[in-house]
Design a protein around this ligand. Structure first.
Ligand code: ZN
Length: 276
């Protein structure tokens, strides 16, 4: 298992004010895995490719607005790490990657954003993977808020499987043609959430070559999205994701969550399932 974690200190120093305090404790929880060479620490950087992918994902007005809010550089650095992780996974240089971010992505659409999300990192990674010849991609979003930006940008694409688990009430919708699956689990709780994961993920043989997971820990009972998940739910969830992925590359992207005490436990507990 070749595993990497993408982390830049700017995510902690300059990240979005609600999200940033959990980043460093989450990363420091990985120091033993890094010391034991089970996990490689990679530092993202913004390059011309990141800029080009950004310009093909969001409108000029959107980018100008993010710049005027002072969030551009950290948001783009976050997306750069996700794209660079996707490239290493696609080339077989990694089997598993976990990307820290200073701002989240799944509520960012072509021309609008909300909810601490500015640039859609997952969509930028999908565009890069397509350039590398990877067509069929599965995105499992377990952040307890619906990934509306990702759906707006990729929902029409029949080669993208997009499964959203979310903690508020909503309509359960399965569209096997466009491969869009909306799974409301009102209030979550460990048992309901894990049962729904089993039910939905086991319903068919999913046809994909690359797996992206939008990982928010705001679902933890001590975090702001409070969906009553305990610490035990996170490695259990990771086991199901690992089984789903088989031997395909897995890219985890950090999403919602602000509680440092939660981050420093759940992030290592999820990564250990893959590298332990
Ligand atoms: Zn969230």
């Amino acid at each position: 298992m070749k595993a990497g974690v993408f982390y830049h200190p700017d995510f902690y120093e300059k990240g979005y004010f609600i999200l940033k305090d959990r980043v460093k404790p989450g990363f420091e929880g990985l120091k033993d895995l890094i010391r034991l060479n089970k996990l490689q620490h990679l530092i993202p950087e913004i390059d011309n490719e990141t800029e080009a992918l950004l310009a093909s994902t969001h409108s000029p007005g959107h980018i100008a607005s993010v710049k005027s809010e002072g969030e551009h550089t950290t948001a783009l650095l976050s997306a750069a790490g996700v794209v660079q992780a996707a490239v290493k996974l696609a080339r077989g240089e990694l089997d598993f990657a976990f990307c820290f971010v200073g701002a989240a992505g799944h509520h960012a659409s072509y021309d609008s954003y909300w909810g601490f999300c500015f640039y859609n990192d997952a969509v930028m990674a999908v565009k890069k993977l397509r350039q590398l010849g990877i067509q069929k991609i599965m995105i499992v979003d377990v952040d307890p808020h619906f990934g509306d930006g990702t759906r707006n940008l990729l929902g029409h694409d029949r080669d993208i499987i997009h499964i959203n688990f979310f903690g508020n009430s909503g309509v359960r919708k399965f569209d096997p043609v466009l491969q869009n699956y909306d799974v409301p689990v009102p209030g979550y709780g460990d048992r309901s959430f894990l049962q729904e994961m089993d039910l939905v993920l086991s319903q068919q043989d999913w046809d994909f070559d690359f797996l992206i997971v939008i990982f928010g820990h705001d679902s933890h009972e001590k975090d702001y999205g409070n969906c009553h998940l305990t610490f035990a739910a996170f490695p259990a969830m990771a086991e199901k994701i690992k089984y789903l992925a088989g031997n395909k590359p897995v890219l985890f992207i950090l999403s919602g969550g602000d509680n440092p005490e939660v981050a420093q436990v759940v992030i290592p507990s999820v990564i250990e399932i893959f590298v332990g």
